[in-house]
Structure formats: C-alpha cells, structure tokens
Ligand binder design. Structure first.
Ligand code: KG4
Ligand code: ZN
Length: 354
C-alpha cells in the first residue's frame, strides 16, 4: 500500500488529502476561502496567503485524522509547487517541507495543472484510461488543450490567448451582479434562460487549437450594460463601472453566454479528436463541473468523455496526492530545497522537474 499526503494552497482553497495507491481517497479536506473573497468579487492575494497560514495546520491534521493514520504511515508528501499565487504557494510548500523533514519522508513537488489532470484517475474505475488521451483543462486560471501520451507526457496543442474559461465566467458573473464565483452562479441562473436569446460570437475561426474569450466578453458587456458617459466618468473620477441595462433578462444573457463559451471549447476539442488518434476526452478543472459543457462535449464527439466527480473539479488535494503517486512510482523525488514556480506551463519537462 502506498499512502500519499497531498497538500494544495495555490489559490483560495486550503486542502489536504490522503490517497491510497493513487485511487482510493482516505480523506479529503477542503477549507474554502470563498466567503472571504466574495466581498471583493475575486481572489485577494494577500488575504489568501494569510488565510492559508491560519488554516493549514488544522486542515492537514484533519486529513490525517479522517484517514485514520499517523504521519509515519505515509510514503511521501506531495505539494502544489505552481502555478499559482506566490504567497499562497509558499505557505503550502514550506509546511510540506517541515513535515517531510520532521518525519523523514520524500517530498514531491506537483504542477497544479497536472493535479487537475490526475483528478480523472479518481473517477469510478469502470474503465482503465488508455493513452493517448485528449485533455481539456478549464479552470479559473487556465484553459489548456493537451495531448497526453503517457503518465507525465504532455504535448500542448493550444490554450487561451486572453482570459481563462473560468475567468470569463467570473467576469461575466460580476457584470450580471451574481455572487462570486461566477461559474456555478451563471450555470444556476442560465437554467431559467434561453441560450438562443443572444447570438454571441463563438469560436476563433482559425486552424489553431487556441481559444479567445475577450471578444465574447466584450459582446456580452455591450448587450448587458450601459457604459457611463464621458461626463459621468469625469464627474466620478476614475470610476468607470458599467451599469446593468434595465429590463434585460439576466438568465437569458447568462444562458446565451454559457452556450457561446461552451461551443467554442467543444468545437476545437472535437476537431483535435479528428487530428489525433486518441481513445477518449478528459475534462478537468473548475469549469468541467458545468453540465452544459459536459452535455455539449458528449453530443459533439463520438469518443467517450470523462470528467471528475463534482467535488474534484474545483481545487482539492486528492488530485495532488494522486499526481504525486504516479511520480512516486516513477521514482521521481523533489529536492528538499525546491522552490515555488508561480508560472509553470504543463509540459513533459514539468513532470521531470525535481
Ligand atoms: O479549478 P478551479 O477550482 O481553480 C483554478 O485552478 O483556477 O476553478 C475555479 C473556476 C472558477 O472560475 C469558477 O467560476 C469555475 O471554476 N467554475 C465553474 C463551475 N464551477 C466552478 N464554471 C462554470 N460552471 C460551473 N459549474
Ligand atoms: Zn485549479
């Protein structure tokens, strides 16, 4: 039995989890800071690292308690090393180093995006995952389309040129006056609206596998809001906030926006399945919780589509422990003095980095 403790603090969740043999979740503790950041309409970095400092020790203790094991039963400690907020990453990585040194356990530095990928290995194991697979990571910070040919082997096909998919959801949510985070709230109100109400721009029509959501965001803003006049802007100084247009249906705008974004994601992913001989499509990251995305992806391709259970779509430490398990089995170990890597694209090199 191989027991890995995972620790995740890259953004606004303080999380710890013990995973056995890379597939059985013995514990999974997530302390969310959503309430803390909701008042600012987004993640406030300084507050995030302070909250991680306050929570980390209790979160890790709870994960060990829930798993019913002492630190001595662990085979290794896996921790998110990047990408993410530098202050937040530092809290997790330093805690993990302390624990690993004190208990004399190997340390595994994990790429957060690789963690999202490995959340797919925690789905009900009806079918083994057979390489190569296509992976679409859609989170608050990233939109990446990858060809995964083996454990730790990634070829980046494309990604967003501007906003990440989750970021677009969060920005539009804010414009529509919905609570943070925008994604789940847009999905909720979109269920009451008609996706055909507005014809927002879809895919970037080119042969690349890149995405762009800034045009969509601008189109939604133009429909849904009234920009203040130049006079009003001057009178209010630097304040240039747009106002929600009176009489618009928030649920219709939300449904039409969600539809346009989903179609853009599905179109390129479906096209990549034709160019690469893959066995299935894996969806990961916070936005993979979205039912409209799951449904459209299933409809547009003949390949099986796999996504994580809802609680493992958003940030958690079970996915970090699972990614750690495959590194551990491959004999990879991180150095005691490893540092955080705030900007760290997911490539095969990321996997090799110790
Ligand atoms: O993976 P994640 O927890 O954090 C990052 O690594 O960024 O993703 C968070 C993002 C947020 O932007 C949130 O709005 C979005 O995932 N999200 C959703 C849904 N649930 C979370 N977007 C669309 N539909 C959802 N149901
Ligand atoms: Zn994430």
């Amino acid at each position: 039995m191989t027991n890995i403790l995972g620790i995740e603090t890259s953004c606004d969740e303080t999380a710890a989890s013990v995973v056995i043999n890379g597939k059985t979740i013995a514990s999974n503790v997530v302390a969310s800071q959503i309430d803390l950041h909701a008042q600012y309409g987004g993640v406030f970095p300084e507050l995030a690292s302070r909250a991680h400092v306050e929570a980390i020790s209790a979160v890790v203790d709870q994960a060990m308690l829930d798993a019913g094991m002492g630190i001595e039963k662990l085979d290794a400690i896996a921790v998110t090393r990047g990408p993410g907020l530098v202050g937040s990453l530092l809290v997790g990585i330093n805690y993990a180093k302390g624990l690993a040194l004190a208990a004399n356990k190997p340390l595994l530095g994990i790429n957060h995006l690789e963690g999202h990928v490995y959340s797919l290995w925690l789905t009900e194991q009806h079918r083994e995952i057979v390489f190569p697979v296509l992976v679409l990571i859609v989170s608050g910070g990233h939109t990446e389309l990858l060809l995964m040919t083996d454990h730790g082997k990634y070829e980046r096909l494309g990604g967003t040129l501007d906003d990440a998919a989750g970021e677009a959801f969060d920005k539009i949510g804010r414009i529509l006056g919905l609570p943070f985070p925008g994604g789940p709230n847009i999905e909720r109100v979109a269920a009451q609206g008609s996706p055909a109400s507005y014809n927002f721009p879809r895919a970037k029509r080119d042969q690349s596998y890149d995405f762009s959501f800034s045009g969509l965001k601008t189109a939604v803003m133009r429909e849904a809001t009234v920009m203040p006049s130049a006079d009003a802007r001057r009178a209010r100084g630097t304040e240039t906030k747009a106002q929600l247009r009176s009489g618009i249906s928030v649920s219709d705008v939300a449904a039409s926006f969600q539809q346009a974004l989903v179609e853009a994601l599905v179109e390129k992913t479906a096209r990549a399945t034709k160019a690469y001989n893959v066995t299935e499509i894996l969806l990961a990251g916070g936005v993979s919780a979205n039912q409209a995305l799951r449904k459209a992806m299933r409809k547009e391709t003949e390949l099986p589509v796999r996504y994580p259970p809802l609680n493992l779509c958003t940030d958690n430490a079970a996915m970090i422990a699972t990614a750690g398990y495959y590194r551990f089995e491959a004999g990879l170990r991180s150095d005691w003095d490893m540092e955080v890597i705030p900007m760290w694209p997911l490539t095969s090199d990321a996997y090799e980095t110790t």
